[in-house]
Design a protein around this ligand. Sequence first.
Ligand code: SF4
Length: 311
Amino acid sequence: KGLKKSFINRNNSLFKKNKKINVLKGVDLKIKTGEVYGLVGESGCGKTTTGNIITRLLKEDSGDILYKNERINDIKNKRLKNYRKEVQMIFQDSSGSINPKKTIKWILEEPLKIHGIYDKTSNEYLNDRLEDVGLGKEHLKRYPHELSGGQRQRISILSALILNPKLIVADEPVSSLDVSIQAQILNLLKDLQSNYNLTYLFISHDLNVVSYLSDRISVMYMGKIIETGDVENIMKMPAHPYTKVLISSVPKINRKNNRIIIKGDIPKYNSDIGCDFYSRCPYAMDICKKNDPDEINLEKNHTVKCHLFGR
Ligand code: SF4
C-alpha cells in the first residue's frame, strides 16, 4: 500500500548524475491467494523494484507491506527467515542467480540446510522434485554451466520451490530464453501453480507472456499502477491510453497493422505533478498536466487512473 522508493542516479545515462529518481510513486496492489497476478510495463517502470521490496531484497522509503494481514516492513531474524520461506523469487537470469561454482545438488540442498530441514530423506525428496520440473537425478552432479539455458531456469524455479513457498515472485522468468523454450517454461509454471497450490506475482515487459498466465493484470508506467483488471477486461477493453498502446504492440497473425505509435520519449525525470503519460498521450488535456488522476472504478475488478474517466 502506497509503496514509494527512490534512488540516487550515479551515472550520466538517461537521468542527470546524482539526481534523485522516484522509481515507485505510491504503488498499491493486492494479490489474492491462488491467483496469478501479472505486473506489466516497459523497462524502468518499477516492476522489479516492486518485486524486490515484496521479497525484502530492497527496503521501501515508505508504504506498507501486508502479508496475511500482518505488516512485515520491519520483521527481522526468525520472522524474516520464515517469511522468506513462504515468499520466494525466480529471477530473470538463471546463470546469475545460481552459484556457478556449486553442483545442482549443493544448490538445491542449501535452502533445506539453512532452514534446518535437511535429513536422510532429502535425497529422495530432491529426486522427486527434479521430476516435477522435467529433470532427472542425473542432473544433481552437474554444474550450472553444463546445463542448457532452459534446464538452468528449471533449476532456478526448483530452488524457489524447494521450501514449499506460498507466493512466488517471478521476475521476467522467460525473457532471457529462446521463444520455443519460453513456451515450455510458461507451461511448466502453469502446471506447478496448480500442483503446488501457488500464488504468483508474475512480472514481465511482455504483455503476451503476462496475459497467457495471469488471472489479473496491473499495468505500470513510471512508478505507478495506471490500470488493473481481469485479464479478459484488460486485453479486450483496455481503458488507459498507455495500455492501448501496449496491447497494439503485441504481434498477431492475420491482424491488420493497427499499431499505435506514441510520440516522444519517456520523460527525462519524474515529476509528482500531473499525469506521467502527459507528454506522450494523444488524448492529453490541460487538467492532465496539473493534476495526477485518481483511481476510478470502471466496473467490477477494473480500475484506471486517467482523466478521461469519471468526469
Ligand atoms: Fe492521457 Fe490525460 Fe489520461 Fe494521462 S490522464 S493518460 S495525459 S488523458
